[in-house]
Design a binder for this molecule. Structure first.
Ligand SMILES: C[S@@+](CC[C@H](N)C(=O)[O-])C[C@H]1O[C@@H](n2cnc3c(N)ncnc32)[C@H](O)[C@@H]1O
Length: 248
């Protein structure tokens, strides 16, 4: 979340100022209403501390917004998830949301190429008393998933997988994660509406950063829409989340 909610002004790196409003809702007032009414009053104090610490980080645009964290928490509880995975941790907002929602013997395998980001949020994860549920690996996720798949015992073992890393690899992640998640399990792909750019004409003005990944997100969305192994649900929370429930 890259918005200072005291005065509603974007904070963080100037380059990302256009992305500071991390919701597809185009009304700042309405988004603030959602956060102030339904999200922040229920936010765990350690999540709040982690969010406020992350707001000051130069890459804060990457953080999962608080309303999306609340959604993840609800999903984890609804499906009684126990064995979960997250691809793309950053400072850990979605990770801590997941870990708090899991039962005491629940697990989240957390993958990121950058341990330093994870360590920024680790004190708050420890303070929340859920560090024992987290198995963090500083790895490149794609090769790590390939390693997991080499062992047949890992197949169909995950209840929930949240994917929020390099957008150009999402389709590659899907082709692997689909075999790791149980039938009946859930995969969540983040940023599948990519600030709304997926619906713009290719020559529309947009940040180069957005343009660079737009085609990959569009390709993923088309692929998921025809993948008969999953039921899908496109949500407009945050930057768009596609839920995939494995059915075969
Ligand atoms: C959008 S951020 C994740 C945000 C996070 N879910 C949160 O709650 O704040 C993306 C993360 O993916 C990581 N990442 C990028 N490419 C990766 C790769 N190939 N393998 C693993 N992690 C990667 C980055 O280091 C970054 O921390």
């Amino acid at each position: 979340m890259a918005v200072n909610h005291e005065d509603n002004k974007p904070v963080g790196h100037k380059l990302y100022s256009e992305l500071a409003h991390k919701s597809l809702l185009r009304s700042d007032a309405l988004y603030k209403y959602v956060l102030d009414t339904s999200v922040f009053p229920r936010e765990h104090p350690c999540l709040k501390e982690l969010r406020e610490m992350t707001d000051k980080h130069p890459r804060n645009v990457m953080s999962t917004p608080a309303d999306e964290g609340q959604l993840i928490s609800m999903l984890v509880k609804l499906i009684n998830a126990k064995n979960t995975m997250e691809i793309g941790v950053y400072t850990g907002y979605s990770l801590l949301s997941t870990a708090l929602a899991l039962p005491s013997d629940g697990k989240v395998l957390a993958l990121d190429i950058n341990r330093e980001y994870y360590e920024l949020g680790l004190p708050m994860i420890e303070k929340a008393g859920v560090a024992h549920k987290i198995d963090f690996r500083e790895v490149s996720a794609l090769s790590f998933l390939d390693q997991l798949l080499q062992d047949e015992n890992n197949k169909e073992t995950f209840d929930f997988v949240f994917v929020d890393a390099d957008k150009d690899n999402y389709l590659n992640y899907h082709k692997r994660v689909i075999d790791l998640v149980k039938v009946g399990g859930l995969i969540g792909y983040d940023n599948t509406l990519w600030t709304g750019s997926v619906a713009l004409p290719p020559d529309a003005p947009m940040l180069e950063f957005i343009r660079g990944y737009r085609d990959y997100v569009i390709e993923l969305n088309k692929y998921l829409a025809q993948d008969s192994r999953v039921e899908i649900c496109q949500l407009t929370v945050g930057d768009g989340i596609t839920l995939c429930r494995r059915i075969s």
